[in-house]
Each structure stands twice: as structure tokens, then as C-alpha cells.
Design a protein around this ligand. Structure first.
Ligand code: NAP
Length: 252
């Protein structure tokens, strides 16, 4: 997406992927090599936020960053995931105001989803996570509810408006072996279902079958990248070029 954008605008940048598990080293390399920008993904988002010199409001509040901009050797951390979530919801016609939002996961993406729901005026936000203590900690940070194990899925889902999968459930492998914390059959058309995973998952397939409003992770991926592009280059991102690059990559 970024390279397609640079080409479309004739900008002298190139975007490459670095694979590392050493966040501290990678951030130092940015200073030493004069790299203009990073996109950060799993597992660098939270550690990255304590290594930069300055954080945007979203980066500080979420406690995780997906973007670093090297501004004259000052490293500034941003989080454009919330922008990506907001834009994807807006495109699908989903308004969180006053609604019940249920978030699966308690990592960096879930933190962005909860921040976004709270700042978007959601009426109630509930966090469910495989490891309950992490859900409790996230819920405490944002003053929302953690899943209570006396609740049942049907009773909570019957009052839920927006279900967000912010865990990598369904990210790899075949859909039949994927394990969600509730039986997918209980989904109905009353929900909007937002799956941050960028492939067609069993969750999305069931939501489509039930005629629920579906928000695929690929839309968030596009919109968060448009925000990054603007931060990296100072230019408005060329939507058409970046969207077609993403669609071709996802189709491969
Ligand atoms: P992360 O910080 O590693 O957090 C992962 C969370 O998912 C943790 O709460 C973890 O639970 C839970 N989890 C992991 N494997 C699980 C499983 N098999 N079953 C149930 N829960 C599981 O990751 P992240 O950065 O938040 O990313 C989460 C997902 O969002 C990934 O799939 C990522 O690709 C996606 N994402 C998409 C976009 C986009 O633009 N579409 C942007 C950001 C992230 P424990 O606490 O129990 O380990």
C-alpha cells in the first residue's frame, strides 16, 4: 500500500519489511540509520510506546503504537488503529454512540478498540479475553467492564450491538478448526460484527450468513495505513492507489 502511494504521488520513499523480535534494537536502528517511519505490528506495539521520545494523545492513552515518525531524530509514536476502526465503522454506517460494544482480546488492537468505543460515546463496553486478568486490567485502564464468568454468551450477546474480534482467532489455518469462545450459530442479524483479522474468517462468514452488518479487518488495515501515510509524508494519502494495492495483495 505505501509503495503504491509513494509511486502515485512521485515521492522518493521506499517501504520495506523488517522482521525482528528485538524492539529496542529496531527503534535504535531508526535513529542510527535515519529511517523516516515505521509501522509496528505484533509484538512491538506496546514496547515501542515506551521507547519513543514523544507520544500522540492516542498513543499515550492506548499505551500501544503502530506508527513511529522520525522527525529530525526525535521519534514520535502514534496510533492510527483507532482512526482505522472509526473510518471502517463510518463506512459501514455503524455508530457506537449509546451502544453496547463487546471486544474479544486484550492486546494492543483491543486497547485501540476500547479507546475508540469509549471516545466514540459507546453506552457500555465489555472486554472478554482468553486470559481473564488481562481483560480485567484493560477494563480498569479504560473504566469499562471485564467479562464476568457468571454471565452466559446468549444473554450478553442478545443485548450487544457491536461485536469486535481484536484477537487473532481465525488468523491462520482452516476455518473449521478455529475456536471462538461462543458457538457462532448464536449470531444474529442484530449485530454489527467487526473482525480485525484480515482474511475471510468463520466469524465473518457466519455474520454474513445471518445478514449482520459486517466490517472486515481489511477496511481497518486500509484506513490505518492512510493515516500512517499522511504522518510519514505530510501528504494526503492517494486512496485509489493504496486500496487497489491492498486488494491485489489480499487476493494473492
Ligand atoms: P496481541 O497484542 O498479541 O494480543 C492478542 C490478544 O488476542 C491477546 O489478548 C490474546 O490473549 C488473544 N489471543 C491470542 N491468540 C488467541 C487465541 N487463539 N484464542 C483466543 N484469544 C487469543 O495482538 P494485537 O496487536 O492486539 O492484534 C490482535 C489481532 O488484531 C491480530 O489478528 C492482528 O492481525 C489484528 N489487527 C488488525 C489490524 C487491522 O488493521 N485490520 C490492526 C491491528 C491488529 P491472551 O491475553 O490470553 O494471550
Amino acid at each position: 500500500m505505501h509503495n503504491a502511494g509513494f509511486t502515485a504521488l512521485g515521492l522518493p520513499y521506499t517501504y520495506v519489511a523488517f522482521k525482528t523480535t528485538d524492539t529496542d534494537f529496531a527503534i535504535q536502528a531508526m535513529r542510527k540509520l535515519g529511517i523516516r517511519g515505521y509501522s509496528l505490528t505484533i509484538p512491538h506495539k506496546e514496547r515501542g510506546s515506551v521507547l519513543v521520545d514523544r507520544l500522540s494523545v492516542e498513543g499515550r492513552r492506548i499505551g500501544a503504537i503502530n506508527t513511529v515518525v522520525n522527525d529530525g531524530n526525535e521519534l514520535v509514536g502514534y496510533n492510527t488503529d483507532c482512526l482505522g476502526i472509526d473510518q471502517a465503522l463510518l463506512e459501514a454506517g455503524v455508530d457506537q454512540r449509546g451502544k453496547r460494544v463487546l471486544v474479544l482480546g486484550a492486546g494492543g488492537a483491543a486497547r485501540a478498540a476500547v479507546y475508540c468505543a469509549v471516545s466514540g460515546g459507546a453506552g457500555e463496553v465489555i472486554v472478554y479475553n482468553r486470559t481473564p486478568t488481562r481483560a480485567e486490567s484493560l477494563a480498569r485502564d479504560f473504566n469499562v467492564k471485564a467479562w464476568d464468568y457468571t454471565w452466559t454468551w446468549p444473554s450478553v450477546l442478545s443485548e450487544t450491538d457491536l461485536l469486535i474480534n481484536a484477537a487473532p482467532i481465525g488468523m491462520t489455518g482452516d476455518n473449521s478448526s478455529v475456536e471462538y469462545p461462543f458457538p457462532l450459530e448464536i449470531l444474529s442479524s442484530r449485530y454489527a460484527v467487526f473482525d480485525m483479522v484480515t482474511r475471510e474468517t468463520a466469524l465473518l462468514a457466519e455474520a454474513r450468513k445471518k445478514r449482520a452488518t459486517v466490517i472486515p479487518g481489511s477496511r481497518m488495515l486500509l484506513f490505518q495505513a492512510l493515516g500512517q501515510f499522511q504522518l510519514f509524508t505530510g501528504e494526503n494519502a492517494p486512496l485509489g492507489a493504496m486500496e487497489s494495492a491492498l486488494m491485489s495483495a489480499l487476493a494473492e
